[in-house]
Ligand binder design. Structure first.
Ligand code: 13P
Length: 253
């Protein structure tokens, strides 16, 4: 299976910085084309800009654009929300749902995340469903229980469409901390998620399982070498073209 490298820009960027980053990515990809799938999930106001920059540079043909969140609603009186159809119109092929920062700071529940995945799928957008335990949950030995519960909600709400999702395992304690799960720790959780998906659909082999949490140019290769790690969801290192390109190269072997 082709690996998938997804950058999550979070609340970062500017018109000028995005253009500089994409120009540098284009140069790198021109010199050394990616043999994996690549997506950048940008703040919503920049989706059109990034999609236009991608369309203007042939070296960026491999690049897909994604959102960082989506509304469960199609339209109406929901101030501040962005619908899946709007993301689609702006060129998004993916959208992140249930990132731990949304669960933590915006109170997103498993049920809401499942409904967001459903809204994305209905619009033909691939949801990148994030799951992951906090440090307290890991220390209490609850990692498996937590990630299985989070994924079960999405499986339950989406039935056979579940084969169209991407899952990202992002241990909360590894996000932005520089503390990465070891390849073995990550693989152990990925194996649990893989088994859960296998029990849910006979199409599970096509579902990509990404690891996220302080993945960088130095540790990407060893994480990506694990049998159930099909790619990465990258925060900080996705904002530096040289680092993101190294991760793409590590996923292209
Ligand atoms: P960092 O790579 O900055 O740890 O962020 C990971 C993440 O949350 C990606 O969604």
């Amino acid at each position: 299976m082709k690996k998938l490298i997804a950058g999550n820009w979070k609340l970062n960027g500017s018109l000028a910085a995005n253009e500089a980053l994409l120009t540098e990515l284009a140069q790198g990809l021109q010199a050394s084309p990616a043999a994996c799938d690549v997506v950048v999930c940008t703040p919503a106001p920049y989706l059109a800009q990034v999609h236009a920059l991608k369309s203007a540079q042939s070296a960026l043909a491999v690049l897909e654009v994604g959102g960082q969140d989506v509304s469960t609603q199609a339209s109406g009186a929901y101030t501040g929300e962005i619908s899946a159809a709007m993301l689609k119109e702006l060129g998004c092929r993916y959208v992140i749902v249930g990132h731990s920062e949304r669960r933590q700071y915006h109170g997103e529940t498993d049920a809401l995340v499942a409904d967001k995945a459903k809204a994305a799928l209905a619009a033909g957008i691939t949801p990148i469903v994030c799951v992951g335990e906090t440090l307290a949950e890991r220390e209490a030995g609850r990692t498996e229980e937590v990630v299985k519960r989070q994924l079960a909600a999405v499986i339950h709400a989406n039935g056979h469409c579940i084969s169209e999702i991407v899952v990202a395992y992002e241990p909360v304690w590894a996000i932005g901390t520089g503390k990465t799960a070891s390849p073995e720790e990550a693989q152990a959780v990925h194996a649990v998620l893989r088994a859960q998906l296998k029990a849910a659909t006979d199409q599970s082999a096509r579902i990509k399982l990404l690891y996220g949490g302080s993945m960088n140019a130095a540790n990407a290769a060893s994480l990506l070498a694990q049998s159930d790690i099909d790619g990465g969801l990258i925060g900080g290192a996705a904002l530096k073209a040289a680092d993101f390109l190294k991760i793409i190269a590590a996923a292209s072997v």
